[in-house]
Ligand binder design. Structure first.
Ligand code: MRU
Length: 348
């Protein structure tokens, strides 16, 4: 089976019976591909951000499920299901906010229940289907989102919601790619996205490779950019979207939405249906990942803050639906999202 993507790199791939991940901690300095044949190591790779971005995490976990099944079959050919659970729970616990992870594992569970006979090939087919459907959803969202972008648009994006964060093409950057192909984009700005610098390292890298000019700004420059140069659209991805349209995404997204509202800048969230969590009524119930304080206290292996200083490092925040102009999904767009609009496009 082939997975069609235009990019010259693959963040997540299945090759020679192994999961292959482009190590995003090393970009843009080096392009290192790491091969995984053990589900526990896949869970560790998700946790330490070799692979990151909600859809890419889900896809990597689906391939990790295949590796777990293979190991369970080797240990207990006739009772493989009973050997599987601890490995799957490790994958599920690797990162808490991106619901695509739980979504992909639940879909793999359903496929595993249907299997009659040796399971590895059927489950690999399911993981590849999850991967291919994500790329197709991104292309569809690119077209739907690009229809909102008028000519000469100035766009600001946050974090990395591109091919690196998905099966390919990207969510927010898929819209940027599609709008750019239509000739609608005058300028793209990217927030550097402290502390992991997904904007500076990853978004800048992948847009530059596509020949889409991008200008980097400090996160703290966003409101000043809107007031002095003008921004038509903020376009971001999502890690989890509640039933009422509240959106969890990379820390800093909420303050961008507040600044956008104050400056007449429109705010677009682009996410596949696998990012929706109908089981969560409102954003404040979404689990927010807290990462280690050293991510803020140090930079590039050097201490920034004086000894004895502590840090608080939530890596996602929640943007209330009322600050969002449109949520773009592969099933359609939801303008001024609320419970009814979300249900209309996505079902219960
Ligand atoms: O911590 P990360 O890099 O996994 O966070 C990624 C984001 O917040 C993205 O905006 C989100 O996952 C959408 S990716 C299409």
């Amino acid at each position: 089976m082939t997975i069609h993507r235009p990019e010259s790199f693959r963040a997540v791939d299945w090759k020679d019976d192994a999961l292959v991940l482009l190590d995003q901690r090393e970009l843009p300095r080096q392009e290192i591909y790491r091969s995984y044949t053990d589900a526990g190591e896949v869970a560790a790779a998700i946790r330490c951000m070799v692979v990151r971005g909600a859809p890419a995490i889900g896809i990597a976990a689906a391939y990790g499920y295949v590796l777990a099944v293979r190991a369970a079959c080797a240990a207990a050919p006739t009772h493989w299901r009973s050997h599987l659970r601890p490995q799957i729970e490790r994958l599920a616990a690797s990162r808490p906010t991106a619901v695509n992870l739980a979504w992909a594992l639940a879909r793999m569970d359903r496929a595993a229940e249907r299997v009659d006979g040796p399971p590895a090939a059927a489950l690999l087919a399911e993981a590849i289907a999850i991967h291919e459907e994500d790329v197709a959803a991104n292309r569809r969202m690119g077209e739907i989102g690009a229809a909102y972008i008028g000519s000469g648009a100035v766009v600001l994006t946050h974090c990395n919601a591109g091919a690196l964060a998905t099966g390919g093409y990207g969510t927010a950057l898929g819209v940027v790619r599609a709008a750019s192909a239509r000739g609608s984009i005058a300028a793209v700005y990217a927030d550097e996205t402290r502390p992991w610098l997904q904007g500076a390292r990853l978004t800048a890298w992948e847009l530059a490779r596509d020949g889409i000019p991008v200008t980097l700004i400090a996160d703290a420059a966003a409101a000043h950019l809107m007031r002095t140069r003008g921004v038509d659209w903020v376009i971001v991805g999502a890690d989890r979207i509640a039933a009422n349209g509240d959106v969890a995404n990379k820390i800093g997204t909420y303050q961008l939405a507040l600044a956008a509202r104050a400056h007449g800048t429109r705010f677009m969230v682009v996410a596949p249906s696998s990012t929706f969590d109908a089981g969560i009524a409102e954003g404040p119930s979404i689990p927010i990942e807290l990462r280690g304080e050293e991510e803020l206290l140090d930079a590039g292996g050097r201490r920034l803050a004086p000894a004895g200083v502590s840090a608080w490092n939530p890596v996602f925040d929640v943007t209330p639906a009322g600050l969002i102009d449109v949520i773009v999904t592969e099933r359609g767009a939801i303008e001024r999202p609320d419970v009814a609009g979300m249900r209309r496009v996505l079902g219960a």
